[in-house]
Design a protein around this ligand. Structure first.
Ligand code: GTP
Ligand code: MG
Length: 194
């Protein structure tokens, strides 16, 4: 996919602040610090359009990025970070759930997991929740640059087992550092937005 334009459009906490119109949206979800913003930047070949940080909890609002004037990437705040203030934690659930449940423009949620870690309780509850509401989603295992090729495949199969997925099709390997897996993720995005 050739990205000719990518720009930050708006941040939102509630639906009245979401962009107007019918442009399809792809949302990126996962625990704090897993690499959601980095994945977005890698896909659009920008270093810092979506803000990243070594400190978890950087993204606290729902951020919309318009890509090629034809779709939005939606960077969701991460979950499961203990040090986020309680007030922020309390608003996270309703804010993100409302978006995922009600947003008509949403075509696909990319659930991002760290290839080195077993899925957490919060990861499982997100997945159950998406299943329950019939939201289309796929998994991306990121930070593969931290493992050897052999270890990566072992982890992929193991995580597929935890997620009770028989096929590895919907579990894409990725690295924001090397760009590995970019084409595979774009292919899925194009499939759901055409
Ligand atoms: P929050 O917004 O806090 O929820 O975090 P996030 O999920 O957006 O994570 P972010 O993209 O800010 O990345 C967190 C840290 O992981 C940063 O230090 C990134 O440089 C690093 N990181 C992200 N993706 C990769 C990757 O594929 N490989 C490696 N080695 N590091 C990565
Ligand atoms: Mg982020």
């Amino acid at each position: 996919m050739k990205v000719t334009s990518a720009e930050f459009t708006t941040s939102a906490t509630n639906p009245s602040q979401y962009p107007e119109g019918l442009i399809p949206e792809i949302a990126f979800a996962g625990r704090s610090n897993v690499g959601k913003s980095s994945l977005i930047n890698a896909l659009i070949n920008r270093k810092r359009l979506a803000r990243t940080s070594a400190a978890p909890g950087k993204t606290r609002l729902i951020n919309f990025f318009k890509i090629n004037n034809q779709l939005f990437f939606v960077d969701l705040p991460g979950y499961g970070f203990a040090k986020v203030p309680l007030s922020v934690k309390k608003s996270w659930g309703p804010m993100v759930e409302k978006y995922l449940k009600e947003r008509q423009n949403l075509r696909l949620v990319i659930v991002i997991l760290d290839v080195r870690r077993d899925p957490s309780k919060e990861d499982f509850s997100l997945v159950h929740w998406l299943d329950h509401y019939g939201v289309n989603f796929l998994f991306v295992l990121t930070k593969t640059d931290k493992l050897s090729g052999n270890q990566i495949n072992i982890r992929r199969r193991k995580i597929a087992g935890y997620l009770k997925k028989e096929s590895l099709d919907g579990i894409i390997l990725f690295s924001a550092r090397t760009g590995y897996g970019k084409e595979a993720v774009w292919k899925k995005i194009m499939e759901v937005t055409k």
